[in-house]
Design a protein around this ligand. Structure first.
Ligand code: NAD
Length: 408
């Protein structure tokens, strides 16, 4: 398997060469500012103590406090956490929010823990890293297998340790616990703002544009509903077991009700069932991967018919597939831009917490729009200036911003 941090460094190098980055700044950006590796001992329900390993990588805080999720997964590793913190730096800088890059994780299969064990582990992790976090220092958030409830325990433990309230220490909290309105649909809404801008560049009309969406969870589900509201023709949609396809457009209400009732997408009248692999290769205008990483690879990139790919999932396209798509002239809106609505509204949650404000859902989604629109257009201009794919352009733009703030 490819080492994710080596991949991140290759992307950095590519951007550095294009923009002629100062070699001292390049050297600084080749490693995180700080990485914590911590032991997380937990008294299990049977009385035994199990010691888990946790990490927190703080990549760069030139633009603002480090920001990034905490992942609970068996495959968490130091290199994964370092790479993810680098990509968070790039994502925050791409949309120009006042946040740096961070990421954390614990090596654990959290599904095997009882609720009590999960709470004790989450609190112990905070006891090990609390000196290095805070609303003015490093602001964690949820990631894979971490939830608003876990964020609530972490905030509570942190505030007990510092002896005062600091709700902005962590985002992704439940609304009642200081979370932000609008966070649920923020990622998809950001993706829609970006897609609308792209439509102008392509000179396309929503009503003539066929869209296939892989995944119908938080991101894919909202994306389908919001794009349909804009008049796009959603022709394919899938869950982990497979998808449905109708070249004339899907009736989304029927599909979501059926999925809710039966838990599956089989047995729906008037649609064709397709596998997730087939969905990616359908004759559509826009493909929106919204599920997993590594879906578009060297094996299927040449078969993709969509002229536009909007990466709502994180890392759905491998670097080799990127090359193939770029040679074929596919316009790919990279994850660091397309799905950055999520981290932007996390930043809004932090801002509301530190300023003691409360914005309505409408206010939140209205504030999101100019940020996504500006980011899209800046990345587009950078792509034109250097004649590079949008992913490279986003990295160049982001690193330009971070580098501009580094003082040595
Ligand atoms: P989710 O768990 O709500 O939904 C995931 C969807 O993917 C489900 O429909 C599931 O059935 C489907 N799926 C699972 N395995 C699949 C497979 N092998 N093939 C095809 N589909 C599969 O997750 P989400 O929050 O919607 O996140 C989706 C992606 O978007 C992830 O890559 C995530 O990192 C990224 N993302 C999410 C947010 C956010 O705010 N939720 C923000 C930025 C990026």
């Amino acid at each position: 398997m490819q080492n994710p941090f080596e991949n991140a460094l290759k992307q950095l190098e590519k951007a550095a060469n294009i923009m002629n980055l100062d070699k001292n700044i390049h050297a600084i950006l080749k490693q995180p500012d700080r990485v914590l590796t911590v032991a997380v001992p937990v008294r299990m329900d049977d009385g035994e103590v199990k010691v888990f390993t946790g990490f927190r990588s703080q990549y760069n805080d030139s633009l603002g406090p480090y920001k990034g999720g905490i992942r609970y997964h068996e495959n968490v590793s130091l290199d994964e956490v370092r790479a993810l913190s680098f990509w968070m730096m790039v994502k925050c800088a791409t949309v120009n929010i006042p946040m740096g890059g961070g990421k954390g994780g614990i090596i654990v299969d959290s599904k095997k823990l009882s609720e009590g064990e999960l709470e004790r582990m989450s609190r112990e992790y905070i006891r090990k890293i609390w000196r290095e976090i805070g609303s003015d220092k490093d602001v964690p958030a949820p990631d894979m297998y971490t939830t608003p409830k876990i964020m609530g325990w972490m905030r509570d433990e942190y505030e007990k340790l510092i002896g005062k309230s600091d709700p902005g220490v962590i985002t992704g909290k439940a609304i009642a616990d200081g979370g932000s309105e609008g966070r649920e649909q923020a990622t998809a809404q950001g993706g829609v703002y970006v897609t609308r801008e792209l439509m102008k560049k392509m000179n396309w009309r929503a009503a003539d544009t066929k869209v296939a969406i892989q995944g119908m969870g938080n991101v894919g589900g909202f994306m389908a509903k919001l794009l349909a509201k804009d008049g796009f023709k959603i022709v394919a949609l899938s869950d982990s077991k497979g998808g449905v396809y109708n070249p004339d457009g899907l009736d989304l209400d029927t599909i979501f009700v059926h999925k809710e009732k039966t838990g599956s997408l089989t047995g729906i009248d008037g649609v064709q069932n397709v596998s997730n692999a087939e969905l990616l290769e359908l004759p559509v205008d826009i493909l929106v991967p919204s599920a997993m990483e590594n879906q578009i690879t060297v094996d299927n990139a040449a078969n993709i018919k969509a002229k536009v790919i909007v990466e709502m999932a994180n890392g759905p396209t491998t670097p080799e597939a990127d090359e193939i798509l770029s040679q074929r002239g596919t316009v790919l809106v990279p994850d660091v831009l397309a799905n950055a609505g999520g981290v932007t509204v996390s930043c809004f949650e932090w801002e509301q917490n530190v300023k003691n404000l409360k914005w309505s859902e409408d206010e939140v989604l209205t504030k999101l729009k100019p940020i996504m629109v500006a980011a899209f257009n800046e990345v587009w201009e950078t792509k034109e200036k250097y004649n590079v794919p949008m992913r490279t352009a986003a990295f160049v733009k982001a690193i330009e911003r971070v580098a501009g703030k580094i003082k040595i």
